[in-house]
Design a protein around this ligand. Structure first.
Ligand SMILES: Cc1ncc(COP(=O)(O)O)c(C=O)c1O
Length: 409
């Protein structure tokens, strides 16, 4: 085989479809996020504002988090030096897991190197733990859940996004004695819509299924202690397994599950993705724990309130300009452009002409024809920066409309 030719063809296909991914090289300024510097391809530097980060609350630079990380780094050094089983379990890991278990009001928690790994490793292992397990999966579930569900081949049913009637129809048609699990998300990150948690829990109860929720885009940001949408809605006790990340609203790195002690013990003991991987560096565990603890407090609530307020203001102002935004009342602000080439062009112009950094979102992350810009206002974006963004979008929209008019004349 001509390996190089095969690689060239694969990459060319992405170019042809306008969805070749270009990484933007940025340097965040400590204490000044969302301000950053863009290291331009021409070697120059440009001041920009990051509008598409998932450091949703600015915790990645919060003094409480940085202090905990510095302290741990000085105390025990850089890496953990092993898997959890072979010298890689420390007081920092234990404290972090206790903090997470308390957050979700579960008996135990288990930390992984990412929420991707946590989803993949847990869901695939549940098939081993419960032979014949049927997994019911929302059609818009994240790639990490899909991978976990596919591994260790077993029955799966995909229900239409957030369609509980469809879920019910599928589950009712299966053997009542078969073990079952419903996997879904609380906030779907590309549209910013919410999963119907209560209705799904009702169906799970009726048909004896376990519930598995990914709260990656909700933890830290919803609920009085930041445990997510299930906490906000008083439904935490109805969820069997929580999945969350430490890398988005908590601003650090890593992922986890929280569940009964028995469930966590079994996953800990059987999941290759957990067993055979080096544990998180202690400083990371310390920073994540400090972040979760902080966001449980009234100070954390202030950040949540400010984030919601900024998201509302941005949506209101973009709507007022007639922009096609999706609004489900969450913290995510998607503006649908509907074409990969246009989306990339708008994103490029926003960056180079206005210092607004928002990455284009293309297929397969979103369906073709719904390519978009996805803005994530945070408590550390101020009203002046929101103003600057709205102004830039306004000017750019007018420029694009003018270009289209000229092209069709
Ligand atoms: C819904 C969902 N689950 C899981 C993940 C993976 O999280 P992590 O970045 O911690 O691997 C993501 C990442 O964006 C996500 O959007």
């Amino acid at each position: 085989m001509d390996y190089n030719l095969a690689l060239d063809k694969a990459i060319q296909k992405l170019h042809d479809e306008g969805r070749y991914r270009t990484f933007i090289d940025i340097e965040r300024e400590k204490g000044a996020f969302p301000k950053a510097q863009w290291n331009r391809p021409d070697g120059g530097k440009q001041d920009i504002t990051v509008w598409c980060g998932n450091d949703y609350l600015g915790m990645g630079q919060h003094p409480v988090v940085l202090a905990a990380m510095h302290e741990a780094l000085e105390a025990v050094g850089a890496g953990s030096g092993g898997t959890r089983n072979i010298s890689g379990t420390t007081a920092y890991h234990r404290r972090l897991e206790a903090e997470i278990a308390d957050l979700h009001q579960k008996e135990a928690a288990l930390v992984f190197s990412s929420a991707y790994n946590a989803n993949d490793a847990t869901l695939s292992t549940l098939r081993v733990l419960f032979p014949g397990l049927i997994i019911y999966s929302d059609s818009l579930n994240h790639a990490s859940m899909i991978e976990g569900i596919k591994r260790n081949a077993g029955p799966k049913r995909i229900f239409r996004h957030n369609d509980v009637a469809h879920l019910r129809e599928l589950i009712a048609a299966d053997d009542p004695a078969a073990p079952k699990l419903i996997a879904f998300e609380s906030v779907y990150s590309m549209d910013g819509d919410f999963g119907p948690i209560k209705e799904i829990c009702d169906i799970a109860e009726e048909f004896g299924a376990l519930t598995y929720i990914d709260e990656v885009h909700a933890v830290g940001m919803y609920g009085p202690r930041g445990a997510g949408v299930a906490e906000r809605d008083g439904l935490m006790h109805r969820i069997d397994i929580f999945n969350g990340t430490l890398a988005k609203a908590y601003g650090v790195f890593g992922g986890y599950i929280a569940a009964s002690a028995r469930m966590v013990d079994a996953v800990r003991s059987y999941a290759p993705g957990f067993i055979f991987s080096t544990s998180l560096p202690p400083a990371i565990a310390a920073g994540a724990q400090a972040s979760i603890a902080f966001l449980k407090t009234a100070e954390g609530q202030k950040l949540r309130d400010a984030q919601q307020m900024h998201a509302k203001v941005l949506k209101m102002r973009l709507k007022a300009l007639g922009m096609p935004i999706i609004d489900h009342g969450s913290h995510i602000v998607p503006v649908v452009i509907g074409d990969p080439v246009h989306t990339k062009a708008v994103s490029d112009m926003l960056l180079s002409d206005y210092g607004v950094y928002v990455q284009p979102i293309n297929f397969p992350t979103v369906p073709r024809g719904t390519e978009r810009l996805r803005f994530t206002p945070s408590p550390v974006h101020d009203l002046k920066q929101i103003d600057g963004l709205v102004h830039a979008m306004d000017l750019l929209w007018a420029r694009c409309a003018l270009n289209r008019a000229e092209a069709s004349a």
